[in-house]
Design a binder for this molecule. Sequence first.
Ligand code: RIB
Ligand code: CA
Length: 316
Amino acid sequence: MLIKKVLLDVDPGIDDAVALCLAMFDPQLDVVAVTAVGGNVPPDQATRNVQAIIEQLDPPRWPRIGVASLPELGLPTRSAQLHGPDGLGNSNFQVSELQHRHPSEKVICDEVRVAPGEVTIVALGPLTNIARAFQRDPALPELVGQIVMMGGTLSGPGNITPAAEFNIYCDPESARGVFRSPATKTLVPIDITHQVSFGYDLLEKLPDETTRAGRFLRRILPFLFRSYRQELGFESIRLNDAVALVSALHPELFEIELAAADIELSGELTTGATVFDRRRHREWRTNLAVATKVDIASVRDHVLRGLAAAGAASQT
Ligand code: RIB
Ligand code: CA
């Protein structure tokens, strides 16, 4: 059975937390590190949330933790707080003091360097840490196995502005740096992740309270349902990051196309937009693969089965 080395870069965020739960209890994955990045919440809160998630879930193997720091231009203030002020549905988890504090970008460089070509980076937040890791170690893009990024838009509207998706919008300079790097990249845009919705019946399907995963998920998910209903008028939620994680584990459930994409850095209305060169005689260099279709039912099933497995592996 192939054990796949993954590094998750996250800005928890409830959907980040669900993706972490899936990954840390998946027997086919070796989660070498979880690196925090500011996005849904400020950097310090993102780091605390990563630690809280790992402590609450207590997975079979504890990953290294990377500490988040602010992007050069800071983070945008987010009107709709889908994930709550603390990023985890106001769960206010107790967190112990993080002993060995290493910057996220250093952890990324270290973990890729010890296993050249083997690590899949699953980027589920702004691309600040990945870009910084590439600046810190210019050879790194060629040493990463691949990067799977949840972010951007393919042809649909943005979610933080009409033109931009949140992860890209938070740090467009870093996103451009990563898009233009020679690393092997797959983009999973919000057009795709938004197709996989979860109704209220998800709450009945979660592992029960006798499991660490069940207790944790039942603490954070109800808030997301309330947010989607109150902020967006939806009677279901999207777990964008969990879908992006599934694309890294089961690429056969997605259709992808090679594409030439770049990021708008300074449009009055379009900052953070993902721009594709779709001209008949494309002039931009092909620089990534982008998911264009998804097997919705199968992906949803993989998420539900992964959460059930997390419950089975976290009985207490
Ligand atoms: O636009 C959705 C993305 O922004 C998700 O990763 C969510 O967690 C937030 O980071
Ligand atoms: Ca996220």
